[in-house]
Design a protein around this ligand. Structure first.
Ligand code: ZN
Length: 272
């Protein structure tokens, strides 16, 4: 069994066949956490989770990419990503009412994204801190998004946990940092999440090989970042098995061992 700890069948790309995708994913013995990025997709993640007796869970939160009006058409490692959204202001009451529902297993995705720099960095940091507060209030883990902002994110997390002495657990999803940064997240007890990127980009091999397996989570980030051998097609949660296979190959262990360890990690972190 595998768990896709970061899926987006709640996104528009799955509007016509999200339930079919969910059903065939579950039939393969794969569970999923659908992660919200703003109001609408957070609510939709819960709607999906409510429809299934088991195996489909939700995370809710406001992604830094939704703090400013954005429209972009970009390429990530040869993959075209189209995106547009209206700026949303973080509404604590709204997200609290979503987050306290039983299907919600985490606050996310939240974090910092300096890559496009659409929203002011100060606003991103404030919004992240408010949502760390929400996670604390509800005792839920966080799903962190970080792009080209690891030093600032590490600083915020250290201040929160070490200086503030407040508990915080979670995962840095689609981990993109260096080994020295991975070590710092791991030292604070955070998990690191990997997806199809590791099947076609070699930048993450060192972290994948060296980190302790008991802190690793697998994900797809579907519809994006489709693993080999399906590059160019829409990604979906069941493809998490290709991520597991790549981790196994890089670490020189069996895919079963990777599946067993990462599933145990996900169940423990998200209490599912
Ligand atoms: Zn995502």
């Amino acid at each position: 069994m595998l768990i896709d700890t970061h899926a987006h069948i709640n996104f528009r790309d799955f509007k016509d066949d999200g339930d079919e995708v969910a059903k065939r994913t579950l039939a393969e013995g794969v569970w999923m956490i659908n992660v919200g990025a703003e109001r609408k997709t957070s609510q939709r993640a819960i709607d999906y989770a409510k429809k299934y007796d088991s195996g489909v869970f939700a995370a809710v939160g406001l992604h830094p990419g939704h703090l400013a009006n954005v429209e972009y058409d970009e390429e990530v490692k040869g993959e075209k990503i189209k995106f547009s959204s209206q700026a949303e202001a973080y509404d604590e009451k709204y997200y609290f009412s979503l987050a306290k529902q039983p299907e919600v297993v985490a606050i996310g995705e939240i974090g910092l994204d300096y890559y496009r720099n659409a929203a002011r960095r100060e606003l991103q940091k404030e919004t992240l801190l408010e949502q760390l507060g929400l996670a604390e209030k509800l005792n839920k883990p966080v799903i962190l998004h970080c792009r080209e902002a690891h030093e600032d994110l590490l600083g915020i997390l250290k201040t929160w946990t070490l200086v503030g002495n407040k508990p915080l657990r979670g995962v840095v999803h689609s981990f993109s940092g260096r080994w020295s940064q991975a070590e710092q997240y791991l030292a604070m007890g955070f998990y690191l999440g990997f997806n199809g990127l590791i099947t076609f980009a070699r930048d993450y091999d060192k972290v994948v090989c060296q980190m302790p397996l008991d802190k690793m989570l697998l994900e797809t980030d579907c519809p994006y970042l489709t693993p080999l051998p399906f590059r160019g097609k829409r990604n979906e949660p069941s493809y998490v098995k290709y991520v597991a296979q790549k981790v196994a190959e890089l670490r020189g262990i069996s895919a079963e061992e990777v599946a067993e360890a990462t599933t145990k990690n996900a169940k423990g972190l998200f209490r599912i």
